[in-house]
Design a protein around this ligand. Structure first.
Ligand code: ADP
Ligand code: MG
Length: 247
């Protein structure tokens, strides 16, 4: 038995001659935020995609709450409790904020949304969607067109879309990207409150946010995890400073 909510064992993925994931062992414990940092092209998004099911590893396994989900679809993993923030590009810009959140409750992707519109009358879906919007501070904007939202609000909406599935674990790829200082702080506070209900794998470039939030940090360089430790351990790790922090 394991109490790890998420685990990868020996995840390996190549693109041609490039090894984007080189035998990665990663795990996420209940209640924690485990950040992955590393330079551009290190393989952070590639790892996340193998965890969410968008990419199949060449070798290795992904476990969700102890169950091997390596062969499962993205959809099945979402139903099993894996919450993945959607990219802004997957939001339906002409639809309202509420419609996009309902889409999350359906566990559907943007492209499928048009076929599912009649389901909007389902009171439970709307209730869940409104709950999620309320939590990210977007309830008042629920009838606005998504295109009218600020960049920061769209980021919050992405999180709301993921929240509607009531995930057991969150996987987030750079949720602070493109947010100003104020937006980053709002998101940081929000993620801090979220960890007790769903632990978070956080890929993030904003080091202030990472140092404020992370219980553990793993450092990925050229597809290899070179270190895992607490904030203090990582900040004082000579290899990390050289390879990533540029010191
Ligand atoms: P990060 O998210 O850390 O910036 P990525 O996981 O996006 O890095 O990319 C890791 C490496 O794999 C990069 O060199 C990138 O160019 C390459 N890569 C990512 N996706 C693909 C793909 N679909 N086809 C070919 N190369 C890819
Ligand atoms: Mg990336």
């Amino acid at each position: 038995m394991t109490d790890l909510v998420l685990e990868t064992r020996g995840i390996t993925k190549s693109f041609g001659a490039l090894k984007a994931s080189d035998s990665i062992d990663f795990d996420l414990r209940p209640g924690e935020i485990h950040a992955i940092i590393g330079p551009n092209g290190a393989g952070k998004s590639t790892l996340i995609k193998q965890i969410s099911g968008e990419l199949r590893p060449d070798a290795g396994q992904v476990f969700l709450a102890g169950t091997d989900v390596t062969q499962q679809t993205t959809r099945a993993r979402a139903r099993a409790g894996l919450g993945r923030t959607f990219q802004i590009s997957e939001l339906a810009m002409e639809d309202t904020v509420l419609q996009n959140a309902v889409l999350g409750a359906l566990g559907a992707s943007g492209s499928v949304w048009r076929f599912l519109k009649p389901v909007l009358s389902d009171a439970e879906l709307v209730t869940r969607a409104e709950e999620a919007l309320d939590r990210v501070g977007l309830l008042d904007a629920r009838n606005q067109r998504t295109a009218e939202l600020s960049h920061g609000q769209r980021r919050q909406l992405e999180v709301a879309v993921a929240l509607t599935l009531r995930p057991k674990v969150f996987v987030m790829d750079e949720p602070m990207a493109g947010l100003g200082a104020e937006g980053s702080l709002t998101m940081t506070r929000f993620l801090d409150g979220l960890r007790s209900e769903a632990p978070i794998l956080l890929v993030e470039h904003d080091m202030d946010a990472v140092f404020a939030l992370a219980d553990r940090i793993s450092v990925l360089v050229y597809g290899r995890l070179i270190a895992t430790g607490t904030v203090d351990e990582i900040r004082s790790n000579a290899e990390v400073r050289e390879a990533y922090l540029g010191e």
